[in-house]
Design a protein around this ligand. Structure first.
Ligand code: B12
Length: 298
């Protein structure tokens, strides 16, 4: 991070995960350094100027774990450690400020980690500030509509539904059944719309210039189907590459221009000018929608 203007080559969400794992499983780390990193580089809680609820929430989980393992003597001896407390308080306030009218915190997919963070930090806010039941009701409604079919999305929302958080994870000496546990991203046919009818959508690649095309795809298609249809018509302008990740396919390049962590560049997905909260493999497109993939920085 020090060699890259304070930017981690992974991201702060992963730094949170790392510290959490070290803390839960008695790894060796320096609490003073944790306090320093999470405090000093506050810009990393933001992507493109927008506070990342997922990132802040993961930091709250990690910092709470570290905080709980400190003794009062340690805190007295090292004034940096007091900062952990201040930082949790700052992050909880930011997370609270991202609460929406329907109870979601940030967006649908950050709400699971945000709920976990609020469960472990109840000393930092008043009961009246968060209607947990409302959040739960909205989430349950979304689940019934299949929004959490993605296994990674499910893994982030499941603990709070059971009243648990990642802090409850314990080192299991023996885990049974995992070898036969089969995770599939397959969406049942019945959940896709009637694919015999066709819809037309607008699709653009935006770098400095905008390259646009109209494509026709079966009703119920996802963003990726649109990209493939455009590529079929013009490989040079609409050619792209992707990588599989835990969330599904992640777009790595368009027109040969590759996303780069060192430069904090990526391909952003938008519909009618608004950033999407799902990836190309999940987002179902609609008739006459303006889809866009834009060269962006975070
Ligand atoms: C960091 C991050 C990013 C970074 C990734 C680059 C980097 N250097 O880290 C940036 C800012 C570039 C990014 C981009 C996007 N992201 Co993002 N991202 C995250 C975040 C905060 C942490 C991911 C992580 O590091 N996990 C831990 C590591 C260990 O797991 P991992 O699987 O190896 O992580 C990799 C993948 O997750 C991948 N990745 C990141 N975002 C996304 C999104 C999708 C759809 C896919 C397939 C992969 C992917 O990059 C990670 C680092 O290599 C998560 C939050 C969360 N709750 O998980 C959101 C999150 C995964 N992202 C999300 C979204 C929607 C996107 C975008 C589609 C946004 C957009 N409108 O363009 C784009 C991806 C577009 C594309 N090119 O395909 C959603 C996914 C929801 C869903 N149901 O699909 C999440 C959950 C945030 C949210 N609450 O909305 N993201």
């Amino acid at each position: 991070m020090k060699a890259h203007d304070g930017n981690p080559l992974t991201n702060f969400y992963q730094l949170g995960l790392d510290v959490l794992a070290l803390c839960l499983f008695n790894g060796s780390y320096s609490a003073t350094e944790v306090a320093e990193f999470f405090n000093h580089y506050k810009k990393n809680y933001y992507f493109g100027g927008q506070f990342s609820v997922d990132t802040g929430a993961m930091a709250v989980l990690a910092l709470t774990c570290v905080n709980r393992s400190l003794t009062n003597e340690q805190i007295k001896a090292d004034k940096n450690l007091k900062k952990i407390d201040e930082l949790i308080s700052f992050l909880v306030e930011k997370i609270m400020s991202e609460k929406k009218e329907n109870g979601l915190i940030g967006n649908t997919f950050s709400t699971g980690v945000a709920m976990q963070a609020l469960f472990v930090s109840s000393n930092y806010y008043n009961e009246s500030e968060w209607d947990c039941q409302q959040t739960l009701d909205t989430i349950l409604q979304e689940i019934s509509q299949g929004v959490f079919n993605n296994p990674t999305a499910a893994a982030q929302i499941l603990p709070p539904l059971m009243g648990r958080t990642y802090l409850d994870v314990e080192d299991c000496p023996y885990v049974s059944g995992l070898d036969t546990f089969n995770i599939s991203n397959h969406v049942p046919e019945s959940e896709r719309s009637n694919s015999s009818s066709l819809i037309m959508v607008y699709y653009s690649v935006v770098i400095n210039e905008t390259y646009s095309i109209n494509v026709t795809v079966p009703n119920g298609s996802v963003f990726l189907d649109v990209m493939k249809a455009a590529r079929k018509k013009n490989e040079t302008t609409f050619g792209f590459t992707m990588e599989q990740s835990s969330w599904g396919p992640y777009i790595t390049s368009v027109q040969g221009l590759y996303a780069n962590n060192n430069k904090r560049t990526y391909w952003e997905l938008l519909s009618d000018g608004k950033a999407l909260s799902q990836g190309v493999g999940s987002y179902v497109v609609h008739e006459e929608e303006n889809l866009e993939i834009r060269w962006s920085t975070y």
